[in-house]
Design a protein around this ligand. Structure first.
Ligand code: GLY
Length: 404
């Protein structure tokens, strides 16, 4: 138990060096220009938001050109906006961003009790957990621990996994699943690892490790690529099916799903030092960046096995997630391999900067264009979206921290 806490603590601290417990100071024009651009966009956006007496969290731009806000009650993307505000505080050191980050974080307070899906990890992690890391907000610790308790209610002990979605209602009820686990769920494990570090309760750590191990066993193909959905029988633990919900086909390579793996297993390695996790992160990174049809700018198509390439939408969000993950991954491998991962991440960030940024003063203040949310559902195709901005800012912060 004690070892578990200390392992989490030590590794947690090493991340803080990467993502920046201390504010990151711009030291070169590329970063300074990007920070200035981001701060200007978000300031303009914020001035509009603050005209309302309600809290509105930008999510994307709708096909009719209006802003789509995230529902504060349940939306998996609700934490990314406060998370971006924390990164802006981290990157600029301006108190202006801190007070707004607090305000938009605390608007999500009720979400710590949400047990209706697995996304409480994304929501509370990006908002409250970043508030602790970047804002020094001690008072947020109980919220992170409560959110981990909520997430833990979805742990199915026989199968050894956290159930991602409920299956009684909505479109998920039409798929015949019993205990669907989507690869995105790897991202929610960070909340559990942090909650053990903050509370000393190893239950959360053990659930995270169980989920990561089962996913390692059941979610991957020989080439390292990932299925989107694995359905388990919660009574026997057997795998019932492997399929997709947001990808082109069950056997395809949905780009953001592959990004969640690189990020998720690198993060799991940070907390556990289990070499199998590092190996999986590397395996899928090597698979993905070895794909012959990957565009030269390294911003992937929304699904790398969808028909119609090269005339299909890209997913800038997947690229931003991968860049951020690769900056961390580079710190756990040899200098030679690390340089390779870092040059991929640098190339992605450079591409996003040159060709995917919104024109200053446009697009409601979003930073990146050309993300794809849910192509099979016909939703959020080739749009700006709040999680692309969040991981882009995180990638910038990590890139700068590595230089330092
Ligand atoms: N479900 C999270 C995603 O769309 O990646």
């Amino acid at each position: 138990m004690k070892n578990t806490i200390w392992t989490g603590l030590g590794l947690g601290l090493s991340l803080w060096v990467i993502v920046g417990c201390k504010p990151v100071r711009p030291t070169h024009d590329f970063l300074a220009d990007n920070i200035r651009f981001a701060a200007n966009q978000y300031k303009a956006q914020m001035e509009e938001l603050e005209k309302s007496d309600k809290i509105c969290i930008p999510r994307t731009v709708k096909p009719d050109g209006n802003m789509q806000y995230a529902s504060i009650g349940w939306d998996w993307t609700a934490g990314f906006y406060p998370g971006s505000l924390w990164y802006l505080y981290n990157l600029t050191e301006e108190e202006y961003w801190k007070s707004l980050a607090e305000k938009y974080t605390e608007a999500l307070e009720k979400m710590q009790y949400n047990t209706s899906h697995h996304d409480v990890g994304f929501i509370i992690g990006c908002s409250y957990m970043n508030g602790i890391r970047m804002g020094g907000e001690e008072k947020y610790k109980p919220v992170v621990v409560q959110a981990a308790k909520s997430l833990s209610t979805r742990f199915r002990p026989v199968a050894g996994v956290i159930q991602s979605w409920n299956t009684q209602k909505g479109w998920q009820s039409e798929r015949g699943w019993k205990c669907p686990v989507i690869i995105d769920n790897m991202m929610n494990l960070e909340l559990l690892f942090e909650a053990t570090r903050l509370s000393g309760d190893s239950t959360f750590y053990n659930i995270a490790v169980s989920h990561a191990d089962k996913t390692l066993k059941n979610h991957f193909r020989k080439d390292g690529s990932s299925y989107h959905v694995v359905d388990y029988d919660p009574e026997t633990g057997e795998v019932r099916s492997r399929s997709t919900a947001q990808g082109y086909a069950d056997e395809s390579a949905w780009a953001r799903g592959q990004a969640w793996v690189i990020y998720g297993y690198t993060m799991c390695y940070r907390f556990t030092k289990n070499p199998a996790y590092l190996q999986q992160a590397r395996h899928i990174a090597d698979f993905f960046f070895g794909l012959p049809n990957l565009p030269e700018d390294l911003v992937p198509y929304w699904d790398m096995k969808a028909p119609g390439i090269p005339d299909i939408p890209r997913d800038a969000s997947a690229a931003a997630i991968m860049a951020s993950a690769l900056y961390e991954l580079r710190t756990y491998v040899s200098a030679e391999d690390g340089n390779r991962y870092q040059s991929i991440a640098d190339k992605i960030v450079d591409s996003l900067n040159r060709h995917y940024q919104a024109e200053p003063g446009t697009t409601y203040g979003f930073l990146l264009l050309h993300s794809t949310g849910h192509h099979p559902g016909g939703d959020e195709i080739d749009v700006p979206i709040n999680y692309a901005d969040y991981y882009y800012l995180e990638a910038l912060a990590r890139k700068e921290a590595l230089k330092q």
